[in-house]
Design a protein around this ligand. Structure first.
Ligand code: AN0
Ligand code: CP
Length: 317
């Protein structure tokens, strides 16, 4: 494996889940595989889970790990080519990438959508430069359009908890005070579309996801209807994708918050969220604290998804 951005990079999904369960059974079974190999994680944005779970996964494999928070102590990086650099940016990404790559064997990048240009975001302008100029395997730790380590962990979690062969999984938009990226719902939709589950997306009108991620999933604008008989409820906020509202908040309607009444429409469904979550905006205290809430095991599975991905990289470098 040379890069990890989407479901297409992991190959056979059933095999990947099988490997994840093997890793989960004994995560230290490959603890010499990463000897003298170095992972560099580069964060342009904040993180709790991705940072810790990916570092832990690398340590399980015996790798060395370096973490760079670009906004804390590194030079402010220019990312546009052709700019006269007379402002506050002291270094260009075009030098920084090969330099950073010279110190490591695998690179993880977190670089959220800026919501300034839809084309730049959806071309993954920052991540693609890492792929092009580093010469090293690169993976997304949530980039402009995708968060594949999260979606893989979500799939592992559903496979662990499902009671039906083909569960009904519902991705629901929920309100939030700030404009959030589409990366998590994009990847979740992409990975769910690659399974044989019954997959439904529900959101207010205007919140349609990019067609390359939403695929042929059923879109149901009535949240109550979508939740009927659901086995898994995956809540997430995102800002609008469709023009002319790209990156904008169209609604903060608290009637979309997942509460006990909403969960009672499901078939004793589980609640999922990638975290961090704003309580009583996205989900009520009562639902997130209920036995049906999977948010903690879901976050714990981030270590497993990251370990499978790093293991695949180590097998090819
Ligand atoms: C980010 C997002 O919504 O994409 C990270 C989630 C994993 N969340 C926030 O910025 C609050
Ligand atoms: N779910 C997730 O990626 O969390 P962090 O933003 O804390 O890494």
């Amino acid at each position: 494996m040379k890069k990890f951005l989407g479901v297409q990079d992991i190959g056979d999904l059933k095999q990947a889940v099988k490997e994840a369960f093997e890793v989960k059974k004994n995560r230290f079974a490959w603890d010499r595989m990463g000897k003298n190999k170095t992972l560099l994680m580069i964060f342009f944005n904040s993180s709790l889970r991705t940072r810790l779970s990916t570092q832990k996964a690398a340590m399980n494999l015996g790798m060395n790990v370096m973490v760079l928070d670009v906004k804390q102590g590194a030079w402010n990086l220019e990312t546009e080519r052709g700019v006269v650099m007379d402002g506050d940016k002291a270094e260009h990404l075009l030098e920084a990438i090969p330099v950073m790559a010279s110190y490591c064997d695998v690179i993880g990048v977190r670089s959220f959508a800026k919501y300034e240009s839809k084309a730049d975001d959806y071309e993954e302008k920052i991540l693609m430069q890492f792929i092009q100029y580093s010469g090293k395997p690169v993976f997304s730790m949530e980039s402009a359009t995708c968060h594949p380590l999260q979606a893989f962990a979500d799939l592992i979690t559903i496979e662990e908890y499902k009671k039906q062969e083909r569960p009904k999984v519902v991705l629901t938009w929920a309100p939030h005070p700030r404009a959030l990226p589409q990366a998590v719902p994009n990847s979740f939709a992409q990975w769910m579309n690659a399974t044989d589950y019954e997959f439904v997306i529900t959101h207010p009108e205007g919140y349609e996801l990019a067609p390359q991620f939403a695929g042929n999933a059923r879109v149901e604008y009535n949240q109550d209807k979508a939740l009927e008989g659901a086995h898994f409820v995956y809540a997430k906020n995102w800002a609008a994708y469709a023009d002319p509202n790209y990156g904008k908040i169209l609604s903060k309607d608290l009637s979309w918050t997942i509460d006990d009444k909403k969960m009672s429409l499901t078939d004793n469904g589980y609640f999922m969220h990638c975290l961090p979550v704003r309580r009583n905006m996205i989900v009520t205290d009562s639902v997130i604290e209920s036995p049906q809430s999977l948010v903690i095991p879901e976050a714990a599975n981030r270590e497993i998804s990251a370990q499978v991905v790093l293991k695949r990289f180590l097998q090819t470098i």
